[in-house]
Write a protein that binds this ligand. Structure first.
Ligand SMILES: Nc1ncnc2c1ncn2[C@@H]1O[C@H](COP(=O)(O)OP(=O)(O)OP(=O)(O)O)[C@@H](O)[C@H]1O
Length: 935
């Protein structure tokens, strides 16, 4: 509506009367404001309150304000608009009518006297304050969330872990997109350590506090799951305690109106529970004893379980986050979002946020571009943050932007962070730039403090603790001043259930790093006992099944610290690696370092050997030979071997895979892991097929794998966010080595540019049998390149193009390829926008084809116009066994022609034209023809 004319408010109230009567629940706030500002008197209020129901009262109020004229009507609307939470259900209406108050009206104040909205306001205010900054390593460095937050890749998954596409904005998180279980109420966010689960929740909370989240939720309660393990065993709390005592208290709510409202309208409540993996418990969401009453006190964990299962406060929305690998029954999950970190494009934008000055940004970007492994690490936002902060540090200390080594490992990243922390505190003000210390000097100078932090971290890890009391901190030899280093920060007040101050490490991965440091630094820790956390990560034989990593095996074995142990082991490998010896020797006696290194290497070799022997073997369907399925901690083994930098262990691993094919699909591999994979695989003597489908590899990962492509006969990289730049690398390598048999690139971001490169691979690789290119962005142009290459290939057997858009132009080209093709047996051109025009060309080509057995053309636009040509092809074609034409535009007329055509053909087993264009009665006409199918 925008600008309001005389009488327009009056008219609006008349035309939207029913909506207002239905949506306005609180009359008191309206009456209070109308009275305070002299629009109505006591007598008016008494008359209105004589009506017994709320809807009648609203009707009376509407009559009254309209009878008082335009100004009163305008002010009435202004109240509804300003008392935001009291009338939150009207927000879409205000958007619809594009409401803007008149200047004269907006000058009249509105007080929100509704106790519910006063509480909402308090919640918004507290949440806004708590979520304003991204915590950093020192108070002075804290950055406003809005300055550094970037949406990451948020993939929706179904209950089988299959992709349902990506969320475009955080608003969609609470929406219906991707819901696979309407009955369940918990939205599950998962992802690796440091990928940004907490930050996503923080952003969501912050948006809600600013009223920028598209939701009608009036209440938003945030919790960290670790709080539920922090209670004493005997502690009992009720739902009311949980939200009021442990979150936000409703001031002056003597009549308990807020809680009563929450119980009446649970759908107005959103809870976030961050870090479910941090909970130490033995409970199973399947067998949760019911807490019947919201007032009843019970064990806090039980309360949480009941909320998540929807047994308590049914109808409220819950968002739960946990690290990947944490299992929760699908029954409880409404939808699942998997965070995949920064894409290359995100990383560019994130770098720009850190380096607003063009000159610096370019220097940093150049270094990143030259180092795909570093970029791979940067796809995890936490590592990205550390690396970019370190760049800044290097610049401030040494006046340059160069990182020390071209192949920087995760251990190096954390060493750099420690150097920054130690450098901050041991720096002599004003002298820093003129006399920088080298890393060894910085570590030597900070050795004592580093040991103290490391001791504390290890103690925590051993007792399963992430939060430390001040007594624990001081008993390790750390004082108040040491808190300024940045390693530790005060723990959020939600964790301290009323107790005294507590602290936590900047991030759990930093605690894991320091714990590993303690294992190396502490001379009292024997070489054998540095291996203490490996045994906690070993997988019991009974859990080894044929399922891939994200299958039904229980990777966590109920230990909430599993990934922290894995990280500690990884950092131990990194710290004891040869390249880091030069630094470590300044603070650890070389003899001790050597002994520990030897013990670790021999352990690693043995466990890799045992692991590889135990891998289940199956006959491969892609190529001749046997296939092994990697087990969940195979990836961690690879990571450890890479950190150790031991070529011997890598060689042993590569050649110890006693199969022709390894499946590491659905293993949570991200781009930086490809360096580890490559570190091992490039040592392989024999050829190997590698199935890496459904991971998070992207272009950086493919670049890292470059040397290993010389060994690969199968390259499966489906669903990995690859663009044409990956295909460039693949084309160069695969064409150079010419051993490729199977190339899987389904569901990536390949365009015609990439299609041209794939065509080159098809043309020049004489053993290539299978190419899967479905669900990319290939048009007729790319289709032509591919078809022409397929035409020339004598080995190609199976081609999948499902879900591109090659259209009739591409279909014509494929028709040419089909004519007299010697080997192409399976082809899918489904969902490619092919009309009868293309359909006719393909049918004509079939007359001259003797190789194709199965032809998928479903979900195209082929109509009866092509039917006679297809039927004609049946006469002369004697190779085709299955023609799949489901969901095209064929009607009864087409069906008749096809049926007649079939009488001349004995090879076809099925022609399927299932779709909406032939009615059930019409289908009955073909009952005698078993080969023409409609379902
Ligand atoms: N979307 C983002 N935008 C900007 N920075 C981010 C983003 N996500 C994460 N970060 C950076 O990474 C750090 C770690 O993120 P966060 O704590 O959310 O990870 P997490 O997935 O919860 O890790 P964990 O499983 O270990 O708890 C943040 O403190 C922030 O500096």
């Amino acid at each position: 509506m925008g600008s309001y004319t005389k009488g327009s408010h009056l008219r609006l109230l008349t035309s939207h009367r029913e909506l207002l009567v239905e949506q306005v629940k609180n009359t008191q706030c309206i009456l209070d404001n109308l009275q305070i500002n002299g629009f109505i008197c006591n007598e008016d209020i008494e008359i209105i309150q004589r009506s017994t129901t709320k809807t009648d009262q609203v009707r009376k109020i509407l009559e009254l304000v309209q009878s008082k004229g335009e100004e009163c009507s305008a002010y009435f609307m202004h109240i509804l608009h300003e008392a935001y939470d009291a009338y939150i259900d009207l927000r879409p209406w205000f958007d619809d009518i594009q409401y803007t108050p008149l200047d004269t009206i907006s000058a009249i104040p509105v007080i929100n006297t509704d106790p519910i909205s006063k509480y909402c306001e308090k919640l918004r205010c507290e949440l806004g304050r708590d979520t304003k900054f991204i915590t950093s390593y020192s108070k002075s460095e804290e950055t406003p969330l809005e300055d550094l937050y970037m949406d990451t890749q948020m993939e929706l998954l179904n209950d089988r872990g299959e992709s349902l596409g990506y969320l475009q904005s955080l608003d969609e998180l609470l929406g219906d997109q991707g819901v696979f279980n309407q009955q369940a109420e918990t939205i599950f966010i998962t992802g690796d350590a440091g990928v940004g689960k907490s930050i996503v929740l923080q952003k969501l909370q912050n948006l809600w506090s600013q009223r920028e989240l598209k939701t009608r939720a009036k209440f938003f309660f945030k919790f960290r799951c670790r709080m539920f393990s922090a209670f004493k065993e005997t502690d009992e709390i009720s739902l009311k305690d949980l939200i009021f005592k442990h979150n936000c208290y409703p001031d002056g709510d003597l009549d308990n109106e807020v809680f009563t409202y929450i119980l009446r309208f649970p759908e107005t409540v959103v809870f976030t529970f961050d870090g479910y993996d941090e909970i130490q418990m033995d409970s199973d969401l399947d067998n949760v004893p019911e807490v019947v009453s919201p007032e009843e006190k019970t064990r806090p964990l039980l309360l949480l379980m009941n909320l998540l299962c929807g047994k308590l406060l049914k109808g409220s929305r819950k968002i739960l986050s946990a690290r990947s690998g944490t299992e929760i029954q699908s029954r409880v999950i409404r939808k699942k979002v998997y965070l995949k970190g920064f894409s290359p494009e995100h990383l560019k934008r994130y770098t720009a946020l850190h380096f607003p000055e063009m000159e610096h940004r370019t220097l940093v970007m150049d270094q990143l571009d030259a180092n795909p492994h570093l970029c791979g690490l940067c796809s995890i936002p936490l590592f990205s943050w550390i690396i970019l902060k370190s760049f800044k540090h290097l610049h401030s200390v040494y006046d340059n932007f160069e990182l020390p080594d071209s192949c920087i490992t995760l251990t190096n990243v954390f060493l750099l962070l420690s150097e920054v922390f130690l450098g901050h505190s041991t720096a002599r003000p004003g002298l820093l730039k003129r006399s920088p210390r080298c890393p060894a000097e910085t570590f030597k100078a900070g050795e004592q403090k580093l040991s103290a932090f490391a001791r504390l971290a290890l103690q925590g890890l051993e007792r399963g603790g992430l939060v430390f009391s001040i007594e624990e901190v001081t008993s390790c030899g750390l004082d108040d001043e040491d808190l300024q280093f940045g390693f530790l920060r005060p723990a959020s007040h939600y964790d301290a259930c009323g107790g005294s101050a507590t602290f936590e490490f900047l991030h759990e991965t930093l605690q894991a790093f320091l714990a590993a440091f303690s294992l190396v630094l502490d001379s009292k820790i024997s070489p054998e006992s540095i291996l203490r956390f490996f045994s906690k990560c070993e997988y019991k034989k009974s859990h080894i099944s044929c399922l891939p990593c994200l299958g039904k095996s229980r990777p966590r074995d109920k230990d909430p610290f599993q990934t922290n142990f894995q990280f500690t082991n990884l950092f131990l490998c990194g710290l004891l690696s040869k390249p880091n010896a030069a630094l470590l020797e300044h603070i650890v006696p070389p003899a001790s370092l050597n002994q520990k290194r030897k013990t670790l290497k021999s352990y690693l070799s043995n466990s890799v050997r045992t692991h590889l022997k135990g891998l289940p073997r199956y006959p491969s369907t892609d190529i001749e030979g046997f296939k092994v399925h990697a087990m969940p901690n195979f990836l961690w083994m690879l990571r450890c071997i890479f950190e150790t930098n031991s070529e011997n262990v890598a060689k042993m691993t590569a050649n110890g895979i006693s199969a022709d094919y390894i499946k590491i699909a659905f293993c949570n591999i991200y781009s930086a892991d490809c360096s580890a994979l490559n570190f091992v695989l490039h040592h392989r003597r024999k050829h190997l097929g590698v199935d890496m489908d459904n991971n998070n590899i992207n272009d950086y990962g493919v670049k890292q794998l470059r040397p290993s492509f010389s060994k690969m006969t199968v390259v499966r990289l489906c669903v990995n966010q690859l663009t044409d730049s990956s295909i460039e690398v693949l084309a160069e390598e695969l064409v150079r080595h010419k051993i490729i048999k199977v190339l899987g690139l389904y569901q990536n971001y390949i365009t015609d540019v990439g299609a041209k490169l794939v065509a080159k691979i098809i043309e020049e690789c004489p053993h290539l049998k299978t190419v899967k290119l479905g669900c990319n962005n290939i048009t007729g142009v790319g289709g032509k390149y591919l078809a022409s290459a397929i035409q020339k290939s004598k080995s190609i057997f199976d081609v999948g193009m499902w879900g591109n858009s090659i259209g009739d132009e591409g279909a014509d080209a494929f028709a040419e390829a089909l004519k007299n093709h010697p080997s192409l047996t399976n082809l899918s051109l489904s969902a490619n926008g092919i009309t009868s025009l293309g359909g006719r060309s393909l049918a004509k080509a079939l007359k001259q084809n003797t190789s194709l057995h199965i032809f998928w053309l479903i979900q195209n636009k082929i109509s009866d116009d092509a039917a006679s040509e297809i039927a004609d092809a049946f006469k002369s074609n004697s190779a085709l066994t299955h023609l799949m034409l489901m969901e095209n535009e064929l009607t009864i007329h087409g069906a008749k022609l096809l049926s007649e055509g079939l009488t001349n053909n004995t090879t076809l087993k099925e022609v399927n034209i299932k779709g909406k264009c032939v009615s059930e009665e019409e289908q009955q006409l073909f009952e005698g023809d078993k080969r023409l199918r409609f379902r």
